[in-house]
Design a protein around this ligand. Structure first.
Ligand code: BDR
Ligand code: CA
Length: 313
């Protein structure tokens, strides 16, 4: 196999975040070298603890976890997403604690050091939460940020409206100023938004396949239960939208999703349009954000299920 792509996941676990981390670790195409955490679904201390525990579950406590921003760049969040992910972020499932402590470095320092240690253009960064850490990296270590090969972000929405407000997807809404900075930075960003994640539903049948696949699969089936309940209430579907895992699929196998380069503006006013990602679909923008517009949802779900099932015991 060709060289594995060095990968960093910036995350707020979060049920679909946990699944995304498990997917990356089960994928030989990528080499997960760092996990950075960010406020988002629940508080920073909790998502950091969750990231450590998910890595431990997968037997990969060797991957360092560095804690990042505890809140958005400018305006405090009015609410988080404990109602979707459970108060502690993993759907009420308590995974065994990791024997390894959190990395002492702030997330942006760990990320900058990793980027500076690799050839420019070789590292993929997959932020699957608010973009606060990446915006800070751009400001504090611009020379390191410029070395990122690809940013594959789960967030935003071009055609589907929002999921946290009528206009905004959660990760964009949770730090719109950061999203505006990153999407406008000129970095090679792929936006994996609700347009492709809402149709990509992991059904109960898929979750049942996890249950028969060893400790990791059983734990995943356990924390997905809460997500199924939230999805039923919110979208009336019997299954879950695996938002973050779909972004990771695109990070693992570039080209999984059909993307078109678009100009994207993020709403940063305090009104109803806060956090909206306004995607200009009238034209192709040569230097714009690669917006994921098409997906083979069935293939993406099968990819996820088969990879997570590959843990066995
Ligand atoms: C995004 O919001 C979070 O709740 C999920 O983890 C995902 O990253 C979906 O809008
Ligand atoms: Ca997330």
């Amino acid at each position: 196999m060709a060289d594995r792509t060095p990968l960093v996941i910036d995350t707020d676990p979060g049920i679909d975040d946990a699944l995304a981390i498990l997917l990356a670790l089960a994928s030989p195409e990528v080499d997960l070298q760092l996990v950075t955490t960010v406020h988002g679904n629940v508080e920073l201390a909790q998502v950091t603890e969750n990231a450590l525990r998910v890595l431990h579950l997968a037997g990969r406590s060797d991957v360092p976890v560095a804690a990042g921003a505890a809140g958005p760049l400018v305006h405090p969040l009015p609410e988080r997403a404990g109602h979707v992910h459970g108060a502690a972020g993993l759907g009420g499932v308590e995974l065994p604690p990791s024997p390894v402590p959190v990395d002492p470095r702030p997330a942006v320092v760990a990320l900058a050091e990793l980027l500076l240690a690799h050839e420019p253009g070789t590292v993929t960064v997959a932020p699957i939460g608010p973009l606060t850490n990446l915006a800070l990296l751009l400001h504090v270590f611009p020379e390191a940020a410029a070395r990122i090969g690809r940013v594959v972000w789960m967030g935003g929405s071009a055609t589907r409206g929002g999921n946290v407000t009528a206009a905004a997807e959660f990760n964009a809404w949770a730090d719109p100023e950061a999203a505006a900075a990153v999407l406008g930075s000129g970095l090679p960003v792929t936006m994996v938004g609700l347009d492709v994640t809402l149709p990509t539903v992991l059904t109960q049948a898929g979750i049942e396949r996890f249950r028969g696949a060893g400790t990791v699969g059983a734990a995943a089936a356990g924390f997905l239960r809460q997500y199924v309940d939230a999805a039923r209430d919110r979208y009336g579907i019997d299954g879950v939208c695996v938002h973050d895992a779909l972004a990771l699929t695109e990070a693992i196998v570039p080209g999984t999703l059909g993307t078109v380069r678009r100009e994207v503006v993020v709403g940063t006013t305090l009104g109803a349009a806060r956090g909206q990602t306004l995607v200009d679909r009238r034209t192709v923008a040569e230097h714009g954000v690669a917006v994921a517009e098409t997906v083979d949802s069935e293939a993406a779900v099968e990819f996820l299920v088969s990879r997570v099932c590959s843990y066995g015991d």
